[in-house]
Design a protein around this ligand. Structure first.
Ligand code: ZN
Length: 168
């Protein structure tokens, strides 16, 4: 159903799905005019398509990334995941007294979907300034020392400690 070639005999203005009036071309020979017109009326105009794509891109940019989504959940958030008979998974996430439900192919994707659903329901989006927050302390103050090592085995304090005095 390509656009026919040939003489354009009429150019009526037709409302598209978005409500915008756009010129619809009538060709002298067009076996599929009815189908083309139906498709024309069911779809948005190019301006609104571009606008919609922009909005979706912006919306996608505010969806928290995998690592961030879990960190954004409040303290006490609880998952409940259930494997169904068909090997799919259903789950709920409860936090701050609010529960969201979802299903998925596996627990990994499902936990992320639930986290995003909960955050979205609570109006929490990805932090736009992530990665460029002003540091609370100067970088030089951050300790880079390794974790303290356990005492050397030469001390062997446990040998003495395990010899309990016998009760008299
Ligand atoms: Zn439009």
């Amino acid at each position: 159903m390509g656009v026919p070639t040939g003489e354009v005999v009429a150019r009526p203005m037709v409302a598209r799905a978005c409500g915008c009036l756009r010129e619809f071309q009538h060709y002298a020979v067009d076996r599929y005019r009815a189908q083309r017109l139906a498709k024309f009326q069911k779809t948005r105009c190019e301006v609104c398509v571009a606008k919609l794509n922009d909005e979706q891109r912006q919306a996608a940019a505010t969806v928290p990334k995998k690592g961030e989504a879990f960190k954004l959940l409040p303290e006490g958030a609880q998952y409940a995941l259930t494997r169904e008979a068909d090997a799919s998974w259903t789950g709920t996430l409860t936090a701050n007294g609010q529960t969201v439900a979802a299903d998925g192919d596996g627990p990994h994707g499902l936990t992320l979907a639930l986290a995003r659903a909960w955050l979205s329901a609570n109006g929490i989006t990805a932090s736009e300034e992530a990665g460029e927050k002003p540091a609370a302390s100067t970088p030089t103050a951050v300790s880079k020392h390794p974790a303290p090592k356990p005492p050397p085995p030469a001390a062997k304090p446990s040998l003495i400690a395990t010899q309990k005095p016998k009760p008299e």
